[in-house]
Design a binder for this molecule. Structure first.
Ligand code: SF4
Length: 507
């Protein structure tokens, strides 16, 4: 293995060690854009780890390069193992497209002689059943654990694929038996890359800098939030470890800037010490996601010391009663005070709202719209910007709202209409209902849905194609929009730590 002095591949990557030959051949497949792939920290962790700890030839594939590896140019169909990430449900659709374009048979039962496929990531591990139409197995747990086991077992490939899968042990789901999620208990001792893959042509989504995973999981456990339940328990890296990662990581990026990955960074016991330390050391920082009620007014001064000028806050609903049914109780006075202070300090705001909560009425949406309007009007007076994004509540497995119906399309558009009437047309960006519906199909569906989605990926995403495929394959596609019983959970053999508690509090 050697690092190349010149930038390598079509994206002119640097910081990239390369091995042009080796066995087995392992493909890291990220079924999204190249840019999204380098924004995801696991891409970096897996690439460096496997090159360092095994003799494998390792390369990466995305929707921008489905056929040939980014570094070696080797064809995907010649690889022995594919490790695919599926953090979002629609990644299943894109994974099928990518495999098809690469000349690899997407359906597991028809694939002969192609690579073995293991899929992981938030969506695939929370309900692996639809993914197993494509993949041979799903890993239910933190990726670092899989990587450690791969390093020990890869030599069994390509000749002994069954022994290889058996050797991966606890957490590997093939549909045959119940599996419990495996997770890293102590983030401090878990792998975190200090060198990150960088491209001369494409910057990661949050811009240049060192990307740091400060914590995993979220202690708030809002009732709709898959990430909190799937990533439970909440864990964080200690200040000393974080500081040394930052000091090493900044040597390999072109800007002294740290992008902090954490679902709710102000829950970290030393976050204020960390941000002060960065600012005092002349290091810029960015916090892409913040739980608004963990932020104190004086934290705005601390954030002002960075170049970040937009705060992304997700109250979801500004109706106090309704917000509590989401597990995210909203206090108008506290939110107004924070939002107005942030605008006065020169921040723009990006607000995320949600519709389709249990027992939501039009009055609740109107209440939210009026409160958002008040904040938007104040921002105009100050010459600041408030942008608003709305999503429907997509019911997710393992969460207390897992059996709740997805809002009907007509009702959804009605709710968007209420928001637009108050805030002005064009002021509200919203997710297309069809996309939320397909997300729900994959999040809650079984093997039949996996088959349907595989064919849908090849035909194109449309309501008509879904209806026709449902008819041909005799697969029910109406279940997301009705209340479902406990017996309709295809993920029931995948056990997460909080499942028993969640069962007791499911609405
Ligand atoms: S605060 Fe955000 S990340 Fe945490 S549980 Fe609630 S919605 Fe999820």
């Amino acid at each position: 293995m050697r690092g190349l002095a010149r930038p390598v591949g079509r994206f002119k990557e640097y910081n990239v060690p390369v091995r042009f030959s080796g066995y087995p051949r392992v493909a890291l497949v990220y079924p999204s854009t190249y840019q999204a792939s380098i924004t995801n920290l696991f891409t970096h962790t897996a690439y460096y780890f496997l090159l360092e700890k095994s003799d494998a030839l390792v390369d990466r594939f995305t929707l921008d390069n489905p056929d040939r590896g980014l570094v070696t140019g080797a064809r995907l169909r010649d690889f022995d193992l594919v490790l695919a990430s599926a953090n979002y449900e629609l990644d299943l659709l894109y994974l099928v497209k990518l495999l098809d374009e690469a000349g690899v048979e997407p359906l597991a039962e028809r694939r002969r002689g192609g690579p073995l496929i293991i899929v992981g990531g938030l969506a695939a591990m929370s309900n692996p059943e639809p993914f197993l139409e494509i993949a041979n197995a799903s890993f239910i747990g933190d990726g670092e654990i899989l990587l450690e086991r791969l390093a020990r077992s890869l030599s069994l490939l390509p000749d002994r694929p069954i022994d290889f899968l058996d050797s991966l042990g606890e957490g590997l789901y093939t549909s045959e038996a119940e599996v419990r999620k495996v997770f890293v208990k102590d983030l401090d001792s878990s792998a975190h890359p200090t060198m990150l893959i960088r491209s001369k042509l494409v910057k990661p989504v949050y811009g240049e800098g060192f990307y740091l995973e400060l914590s995993r999981g979220c202690r708030w456990l809002c009732r709709f939030c898959l990430e909190a339940y799937a990533m439970y328990p909440y864990r964080y890296r200690s200040l000393g470890v974080v500081k040394s990662l930052v000091s090493e990581g900044l040597k390999h990026v072109s800007r002294r800037r740290v992008v902090v990955y954490s679902l709710s960074p102000f829950d970290h016991p030393n976050i204020r010490d960390l941000l002060s330390h960065l600012a005092d050391s002349g290091i810029d920082f960015s916090l892409p996601s913040i739980r608004w009620d963990t932020l104190r007014l004086d934290d705005l001064d601390l954030l002002s010391r960075s170049s970040q000028r937009t705060l992304t806050l997700a109250p979801e609903s500004m109706s106090p009663g309704l917000s509590c049914s989401l597990g995210k109780c909203f206090s108008l006075d506290a939110f107004r005070e924070l939002a107005l202070a942030a605008l006065e300090k020169g921040f723009d705001l990006k607000l995320y709202l949600m519709v389709g909560a249990p027992s939501e009425r039009e009055e609740d949406v109107l209440e939210t719209a009026r409160r958002a309007k008040e904040i938007a009007s104040y921002s105009s007076e100050l010459g600041r910007r408030v942008s608003i994004s709305v999503n429907p509540l997509v019911p997710k497995p393992h969460t207390p709202l897992q059996d709740h119906p997805l809002i009907a399309e007509e009702e959804y558009l009605g709710r968007i209409g209420i928001l637009e009437k108050e805030l002005g047309e064009g002021a509200v960006a919203h997710l297309r209902w069809l996309h939320a519906y397909v997300q729900s199909l994959i999040a809650l569906g079984g093997r039949g849905i996996g088959r349907l989605v595989a064919l849908l990926a090849l035909r194109g995403l449309s309501k008509r194609n879904i209806a026709e495929l449902s008819e041909t394959l005799k697969v029910d596609v109406k279940f997301p929009c009705r209340r479902r019983s406990r017996g309709e959970r295809p993920w029931s053999r995948v056990k997460f730590p909080l499942d028993e508690v969640v069962d007791k509090v499911s609405l």
